[in-house]
Ligand binder design. Sequence first.
Ligand SMILES: CC(C)(C)c1cc(CCc2ccccn2)cc(-c2ccc(S(=O)(=O)CCO)cc2)c1
Length: 240
Amino acid sequence: MVQHHLTAEVDAVVKQQVAMARLGVGECGTGWQLFAEDGEMRMYRREQEVDGMVVDPLKAVHTVKGITGHEVCHYFFSPQYRYDWETTLEHMNVVETISEDTLVFYQLHKRIWPASQRDVVFWSHIRHLPNDQDRDGPHIWTVVNQSTEHPEYPGCSGKTVRIYLTVCLLCQTIVNPPKDGAPISRNDISCKITYCSVVNPGGWAPASVLRAVYKREYPKFLKRFTAYVINQSKNKPIMF
Ligand SMILES: CC(C)(C)c1cc(CCc2ccccn2)cc(-c2ccc(S(=O)(=O)CCO)cc2)c1
């Protein structure tokens, strides 16, 4: 099979991002500050600047009942659902289909804060990983989004500011089989979600404004997205 020029990069970045996502917030050194809590959801960030730009890495952990890791990753990866849950989108298109599990997206986001409109080009890869700790344990599903260049979308159009991101959504399904040997229902499953992201918002915006936007937008995003997956899945057969 002819290798796409991105195949090696995708494989390397996915492995690296999954390893990082698996580290608890305790393990990967100090510096993670809890900044939002809502029920099972905990959101942490580290204060980090690159060339004076706020690029605070974010790590969110959440446990959601009634859905599987495959379902969470399916709705996060698949383009046909994106306008349903990504409310900041003005326009989105699949620039290239590298394979059935690797797509290149262009996204133009709505103008949110006083600064200019932002856009992003990234490859997105969905994968399920056998659970190497526990052979017959549930598979882990992941989606990794990584900014990339594409000749059709040069980053210097002038009208919009290009953002750069690395995002990893890592999901583990937890099954509590019913005692009486009945078939597994949605009441017997839950999903442990880890969402890691580093976004360089590009252009310039005051650190205080960016941090306020991160603090406001990320908790909203994760709650809205997981509520969307629950609502989409509840009357459908379980995707393990
Ligand atoms: C808030 C900040 C981190 C700076 C930010 C600002 C904007 C630009 C639009 C926007 C959104 C919200 C608030 C302000 N501007 C977009 C994003 C962003 C885009 C994509 C992804 S994704 O995980 O790949 C899911 C697919 O869309 C995550 C985050 C982040």
